[in-house]
Each structure stands twice: as structure tokens, then as C-alpha cells.
Design a protein around this ligand. Sequence first.
Ligand code: A3P
Length: 321
Amino acid sequence: MGSQEMDQVAPREVFWNSHEIFQLEGFWFYANSMQSMAAFRSEFQPRSDDILLTSFPKTGTTWLIALCHNILSLDDDGKEEDDVLKKMNPHELAPPLDVNFLSDQVQDLLLDPGRSGGRLLQTHLPYNCLPESVRNSGCKIVHVARNPKDTLVSMWHFYNKILKISAPIATTTPDGPFPVERAVESFCSGVLPWGPFYENVVGYWEESNRRPKEVLFLKYEELCRYPEEQVRKLASFMGRPFSSMEDGDAEVGKVLRRSSFNRLKELEVNKNGVWELHRLPNNTFFRKGTVGDWKSYLTPQLAERIDQLTQLKLQGTGLSL
Ligand code: A3P
């Protein structure tokens, strides 16, 4: 469906009193990205060595981009001072294709990824909404998932910050954050950008079971808990396995160090820089970077509400989050 056709028929809602979203194929997306999304879905030409990073927002996209970029760049340079992550927020290396497909920056990146290791691409689109060309191409897809309560709390912080800066409708409570109870309500209703959360994640989970060589499913919590093992798994999947010898261990350590939350958060570019494409301060992508922070924000009742929904939605899938 082209964007004009979508525009006429798509149901619409307003997310958090601030952004218009529209529904397509059971999922919700920002109305202002409709044209870009339609173009991405119909015009994008995948290459067999593309690596497409997918995620629901706030589940570890920034970390995944940094990890993959550092894996792909191992052959390019050895020196820390050449690291482009010192000059750019990870999202600038792989802007979301569904939102930015028509921008010059993305078109330039698609033509020349600026590294020998191939193109690193990113989107929050659910699996079934990916361009057909991608689903049929056999290019590699990595998905990162995260516990729904931590995802929600991370989202709550993120949107409270960015909606103050960028909301076109802007009726959020001016004196304080959007109420967390209403954020839980919106999360559970599924009416939020790229939502529903569960259906988005399960789509990739099921595809990773069907096509494990082409779709890798990672979890934020496992990356935190078993970083070396998970990065080895990721690199092997990307066709860049580390050696099991000492030099392999050193390379794994280098990738992890360069991608680490503490390092990236403290870089000047991420402390004070702005991601021009979205006019967002880079520091909005680095908050706490831990597992279980939801306990500081959700009452037992709100947590129980999400847990029950999680159980219901993941029943029979074999996935636990
Ligand atoms: P918190 O808000 O819980 O701290 P996304 O990148 O998908 O937008 O997800 C953002 C979440 O990942 C935030 O979680 C952020 O702090 C965390 N994050 C960002 N960079 C990270 C990194 N290098 N390592 C671990 N977590 C990271």
C-alpha cells in the first residue's frame, strides 16, 4: 500500500497526548513516518551481506548497533582514536530505515556504508511489516529483546524527555512526567509506536526458530549476564567468528569495552552532542543500562498487570522475557 492510500484508510490514535500514530497490519507507527515507511517497504534493495538490526524501542538497540559496528570494524583499524563512536552516537551509524528512508543521510549510507564490513541497517518494524525484499533475501537479521517491565520503564523515561522537546501535539502534563499508570495502560493496550510490544517481539522469535541461520534472537539480560558468550555468538552469526585462542579473547574484550554503557555514556559526543536527524540529545539514549530497574518505578499492582499480560501473550511460544 502506498502512503497516500495508507493515509486515507489507516485508523489513527494519539500516543501519550502527543504524537499521532496510525495502524497498519495490526501495528502502530508514527503518522509522520508514513511516507518514509511506505518507500522503505516498496523501494529498499537488500544486499546478501546486509545485517539488519531489529528491536522494539528501548530494548538495547543502541548497544546492539555499537556491538555490531565494533565487530565489523575490527579489520578496519586498531587504534582507539580512529573509533567513529567517539564522534557519533551509535544511531547515526544505522538510522532507523522505516523512519528515515527518504533522508539524504540514509540514502548516502545505503550507497556507501563507510566500512569494509558491509551495511549495518536498523529498524523497529515488526517482522511481518519488513519489506518483502528483505524477508525473501536471506540477509541476516538480528533482534534484541528485553524484559517488558524494564522496556516500559526505559520508554517512560525516554518519552518523558523527548516529548518535551519534540511533541507536535504537546499536551503532556506541563509540570511533570506523563503518569506511569497511563504509560502502563498504553503499553498493555498495544497502542504505541511499533506496538503491540509482544506481537512485535514474538514475530522475530518465531522467525528465528524457523530460520536460525538467518535470524538471531538475543536478549538484553543475557548480553548483560554473559557478555563474552553472547558477543561470540553474535559475531559468529555475522560471519565474523572470533578465534577461541587468546587473540580471540582479546578481540571480544575490545568489542565489549568499546561498546560498553559506561564508556559510551561518558564520551563527549554522547554527553553533549545532538543527533541532528531527529534533533535529539544523544544523552537520551544512555540512562542507567541495568536489569530490573522497573522495581524503582512500578507498584506491585502495575508490575502484576504487566506480568499477567506477558504470561498470556507468550503462552505457547516457548519465549520467556
Ligand atoms: P535504560 O533506560 O533502562 O537505562 P534503546 O537503545 O533500544 O533505545 O534502549 C535504551 C536502553 O538501553 C536504555 O536503558 C539505555 O540506558 C540502554 N543502553 C544504551 N546503551 C547501552 C550499552 N552500551 N550497554 C547497555 N545498555 C545500554
